[in-house]
Ligand binder design. Structure first.
Ligand code: DQA
Length: 139
């Protein structure tokens, strides 16, 4: 089972970035715990601050991986290109947001990803990535 986790801009700063909203755990620390918890799954992690790189990675893994867990961060709310990339591929995508975007600023309520994703997990912190993984493994 090959699962890609793709994170968008500023998520490389998790642990340091607005900890009141995003928590104080770095994604690398979280990922190593997740990998230990699911030793039989190949987790492939990619993070970029650049929109086109995220599109390229979605295309790259989008035909032979078993699932994609995607947090496009701020590009969720602006990127038609990421939405189109999800529509173009075969691999199911689960959209994850650490914070509850519906309880924040108005502009965060729009997602170019939700309608193209198999489902979305919003506002449950880093636990959302684990729930998405659990879904992909058991669906
Ligand atoms: C986020 C929510 C986005 O609105 C924000 O731009 C992010 C992170 C989240 O995981 O809560 O960078 O996707």
């Amino acid at each position: 089972m090959k699962i890609a986790i793709i994170n968008g801009p500023n998520l490389n700063l998790l642990g340091k970035r607005e900890p009141g909203i995003y928590g104080s755990t770095s994604f690398e620390d979280f990922l190593s715990v997740l990998q230990q918890r699911y030793p039989t799954v190949t987790l492939h992690y990619f993070q970029s601050n650049i929109e086109g790189e995220l599109v390229t990675e979605i295309q790259r893994v989008g035909f032979d991986f078993d699932g994609i867990i995607l947090n496009p961060a701020a590009y969720t709310h602006t990127s038609v290109a990421i939405g189109d990339a999800i529509a173009a591929i075969k691999t199911p995508v689960i959209e994850v947001h650490i914070s509850n975007v519906h309880a924040r600023e108005e502009f965060r309520k729009l997602s170019h990803v939700s309608a193209k994703a198999a489902g979305s997990i919003i506002g449950l912190g880093l636990k959302g990535y684990e729930l998405a993984l659990d879904y992909l493994l058991n669906k």
